[in-house]
Design a protein around this ligand. Sequence first.
Ligand SMILES: [Fe+2]
Ligand SMILES: [Fe+2]
Length: 160
Amino acid sequence: MLFILTNYSNSMKVKKDFEDDHIIEQMKMREIIEQIEGGELDLDLLDELENHLKNHMFQEEEYIFPAMAKMQNLRLEIAGFQTEHAALWKLFSMIHADLGNGKSDKIEKYANEIYKILREHNSREEMFIYKLMDDKAIKEMEKERPVGWVCKKMRDKNFL
Ligand SMILES: [Fe+2]
Ligand SMILES: [Fe+2]
């Protein structure tokens, strides 16, 4: 039976969904690292995580960050989050490039770097952004990024 909590606000639900995303992303990344250490990588799992992560970035960059950027003191922090999104994006591209070229010596390094950035990034987002979200900041969100969507700092020509 499902009990409907009428006072459970939209922002609390969104916050919970985003925090759950962080947990899933970190778990999947850990699993990928363990596979790499064991000498076998499930490419479907890698794609699943990458897709999940990029949809999450899309929702943050297109909906959450613009709403929260109204708070002046968060702007610098948000720019940092966007830079980290681009770094994660780039690291996934580097893994794919190496897999495509049959090179595997640096994949473990890239995967560990993703995990390190992700853990730190996620806990800071929870602290600076999710904690402060209220219903006014949250509107209806598309769950999946449109085909061809690229995170903001990757669109900036001068980045990386
Ligand atoms: Fe993020
Ligand atoms: Fe996030």
